[in-house]
Write a new protein. Sequence first.
Length: 345
Amino acid sequence: MTAFVFNEPNFDDHEQVVFVSEPKSGLKAIIAVHNTQLGPAMGGCRMWNYVNEGAAINDVLRLSRGMTYKNAVAGLPIGGGKSVIIGNPKADKTPALFEALGVALERLGGRYVTAEDVGTSPADMAAVARKTRYVAGLGDRGDPSPFTALGCFVGAEAAVKFHLNRDSMEGLVVAVQGLGHVGYDYARRLHAAGARLIVADIDQAAVERARTELGAQVVSVDDIYDAQADIYAPCALGATLNPATLPRIKARIIAGAANNQLATPEIGDQLRMKEVLYVPDFVINAGGIIKVCYEYLNKPEADVEAHVRQIGGTLTEIFEHAARQGLSTSVVADRVAEARFKRAT
Ligand code: NAD
């Protein structure tokens, strides 16, 4: 028989992995608590039609570990966890399914706090909340995406200062890939700061809006990699920094919201050797989790923006450290996170 948790490539001494099956609602879910040294594990609940259970296990292990790193670098008093529901989010959702997840979270007694993610919505989280209080981001205090966009903007400013020695975005060209909840708001901030935009999205309405409202130049989804830009801002998909795109990217800075931008860890080093400053994704895109965490812990909403703005200073330290040590920024970001959650141990 195949061992399928401890041998998974993404298993990283996770504290707890819980398999949930609730026949009445049809719930099949996996909850992974990666690390709780800094506080209860927090991270979203993804619903996805996984090809098989192995794919779901791998995803939840990878994503929960990523949350530990993201939350630690963001300076939040929470650990990392994630949950996945195996099913088609377009066809299989019922309130009972999410209530059953709520019951499972209640049994964990607060070791893991969920929130919305790919395939789930604030309405689904409201159903979870009928059975447990261990759920965040219910939408009553608003969408976290503008805070993710703010974090990206201050992160890009820090990168421009460090790598181009410039105090402003004025006149810089930014290639924005994906104009969704985060990408559009980030683009709007860049435009307001004097940057020129080149944009691409599979959604024609989104690119038209960027053309008319932000004066953006529109290119095809494939041509965005060749854009003559100072900054490439991936705000759609993961793994867009890969062996096929690397030779095409002209930008000197990569600063975008997408998760898991590096197809493999080695790409981080290849970017460094090309003298491209890679702004680690899980550091620059933490604005949303900061907002959700404040909401969950009932911390003052007025303080969220100041916390998100600290992403700029954190990144500058990472850039300086990476330059001093001759390391990639992604490796240094991992070390900063590990120093925080392992020190807590
Ligand atoms: P979204 O779904 O609102 O937007 C994604 C956009 O990308 C859509 O407009 C979509 O049409 C476009 N897109 C899809 N495929 C594309 C392609 N091949 N080329 C160009 N555009 C394409 O998502 P979002 O909430 O804006 O998140 C964007 C990214 O940032 C995701 O990777 C997400 O995981 C990450 N992220 C988001 C948040 C947040 O607060 N929303 C926080 C952290 C990380």
